[in-house]
Design a protein around this ligand. Sequence first.
Ligand code: HEM
Length: 182
Amino acid sequence: MTEFNIAEMRKFAGLSDGDAALLAGMKPMLEKHGPAMVASFYSNLDQHAHLRNLLDAKPGRREILGKHLLAWLLSLASGSYDTTYLEQRYVIGQRHVEVGLDPRWVIGAMSYCRGQVAPMVEAEYGGAADQSQRVLALNKVMDLDLNIMLQSYDDKRMDMFLETTGFSKSLFESMIASAGAD
Ligand code: HEM
């Protein structure tokens, strides 16, 4: 794994301990609304034939993925965003590379999730003084997830390229550096 210091990235993004506590407190909200969100997530994907085909490429995949997605959603509220959390997210990104899914679909899907959680907060905490802080905390943790998943995309794709070509990582990096030089 490329150096990815999750504590550093959390600090950089401003995902504070207060945010972590707010997130942990929203687990019941995610448990309550999560199943409906998972159903709507896959309805959104189903509008695109190639995504639908990917979901149906193996018998039972869709059902298993629904469980994975719900578990993912609930773990946003784990309240603990440490190296274990990092490793779990990293694997998710790698898996999407393995199934041939371009990152733009994951980024779009994360946007979709943001659009789903904001109304949940409105339903459960509408009018509360910390309502917007709760939405912001959810957005920060989703950004953290996206950050990790995109890093794993980058690493995995590079590993696949190096394996296929036999290039060393340092040769590849010096080629990129010289291509980017003025
Ligand atoms: C917010 C965005 C997304 C999240 C959080 C997410 C979450 C996950 C998780 C937790 C897994 C299981 C990883 C593992 O095996 O350890 C997974 C696998 C997978 N996801 Fe996603 N996903 C997202 C977007 C998408 C999109 C847009 C598609 C498009 C069809 C997709 C299709 C798949 C497929 C095909 C697998 C592999 C299933 C298998 O191993 O049989 N995902 N995803």
